[in-house]
Design a protein around this ligand. Structure first.
Ligand code: CAA
Length: 379
């Protein structure tokens, strides 16, 4: 058993950290304020190979593993959680199901340009009436000659509007709940597809979140992903890995907040000495660092299991649960360390605190993670 990253993983961490510091951090606050996605930044990530980390080179990837991928999401989120989730949704939620269930033709047509960063991917599961109960979706797909015709809408779509390719789940057999769901690959230019309302959010504000609408949207039959009726399982299996991407985002947010809190606590003097030398603050910093380390180990373990082809669903739910709560606690404490200054936009910790909240909500709320974990340990 090794608790040390390989040279390859350390090199990737350094590359992404340098990139994040130089290219991502300088505009993070401004993009947050303006709710602005930066396509140039995405292209620069693509130039580094970050948009296809775990996929084989024949599909445009760099042939690395899931551990490298979570390290990249962590390092990006350490300075900008929006950039972290753009990559996470693109890779885990859109790339993964294509990689696992796509035909050779689908991988060449969709996964490859995504891995090369020429196209962006997104995932559409949630609907106005079905969030935690994902099986309660209404969007339906009816067979019509060589096509399926989709009607309905999906909400809270990360990368909505900027994505070219959407992995969408729809009911093909209303008489059979979960086994009547099928996955489809929808291109943004398909007739009947449109992007609806863009959300204005508390956090991750430079990652666009939109509604997507299907009005007699015609999807060629060859764009069915996996088999008819396999959609619910594909959706769930996709989330198993996606949740670990969010855990990595949460670890990055928490680490970014701790970095800022330590720097400030060493510099800020009260009662004649730095606040870092006062126990009320130093014990806080110790607890923050300890929880982050535990969250990181859970996240890396889940990524390692996936890379080794071992079961990782339970571990992913655990990493997302623990890291999400850690991010919320750590960022809240970081604001506390900064005191009144932390409550202003002069420092990044209020942004980290706003960004942390979503990690307790998306890709399954913390309550859903507990449901998944408890079912797995008691079955
Ligand atoms: N892998 C493989 N199969 C799975 C599975 C998994 N992880 N989870 C469930 N299944 C299978 C079950 O084995 C079962 O199959 P059979 O019918 O053959 O027995 C079938 O799917 C139905 O499973 P359940 O009975 O467990 O289904 P359920 O209705 O009780 O729901 C749930 C389970 C875990 C609560 C699920 O609805 C869920 O995960 N909800 C949360 C949804 C979610 O995470 N949404 C996030 C949206 S995406 C997002 O947030 C992205 C973003 O913005 C970045």
């Amino acid at each position: 058993m090794f608790f040390k990253l390989s040279e390859e993983h350390e090199m990737l961490r350094k590359t992404v950290r340098d990139f994040a510091k130089k290219e991502v951090e300088p505009t993070a606050a401004e993009r947050d304020e303006q709710e602005r996605f930066d396509m140039d930044l995405f292209k620069k990530m693509a130039d580094l190979g970050l948009t296809g980390i775990p996929w084989d080179e024949e599909y445009g990837g760099i042939g690395s593993d899931y551990l490298s991928y979570v390290i990249a999401v962590e390092e990006l989120s350490r300075v900008c959680a929006s950039t972290g989730v753009t990559l996470s949704a693109h890779t885990s939620l859109a790339g993964w199901p294509l990689y696992k269930f796509g035909s050779e033709e689908q991988k060449q047509k969709y996964l490859k340009p995504m891995a090369l960063g020429e196209k962006i991917g997104a995932y559409g599961l949630t609907e106005p009436g079905s969030g935690s109960d994902a099986g309660g979706m209404r969007t339906n797909a009816k067979e019509d000659g060589d096509h399926y015709v989709l009607n309905g809408s999906k909400i809270f779509i990360t990368n909505g509007g900027i994505a070219d390719i959407y992995i969408v789940f729809a009911i093909t057999d209303p008489s059979s709940k979960n086994k009547g769901t099928t996955a489809f690959i929808v291109e943004k230019d398909f007739p009947g597809f449109s992007v609806g309302k863009k959300e204005s959010k508390l956090g991750i504000r430079s990652s666009p979140t939109t509604e997507i609408i299907f009005e007699d949207c015609r999807v060629p039959k060859e764009n069915m992903l996996g088999q008819l009726g396999d959609g619910f399982k594909i959706a769930m299996m996709t989330l198993d890995g996606g949740r670990n991407g969010i855990a990595a985002q949460a670890v990055g947010i928490a680490q970014g907040a701790l970095d800022a809190a330590i720097a400030y606590a060493k510099e800020r003097e009260q009662f004649g000495k730095p606040i870092a030398a006062q126990q009320g603050i130093s014990f806080k910093l110790a607890d923050m660092a300890t929880n982050i380390e535990a969250a990181r180990l859970l996240t890396y373990q889940a990524a390692w299991l996936e890379s080794e082809g071992l079961p990782y669903g339970k571990e992913s739910a655990m990493s997302k649960l623990f890291a999400g709560d850690t991010a919320m606690q750590v960022t809240t404490e970081a604001v506390q360390v900064f005191g009144g200054y932390g409550y202003t936009k002069d420092y990044p910790v209020e942004r980290f605190m706003r960004d942390a909240k979503i990690t307790q909500i998306y890709e399954g709320t913390q309550e859903i993670q507990r449901l998944v974990i408890s079912r797995m340990i008691t079955k």
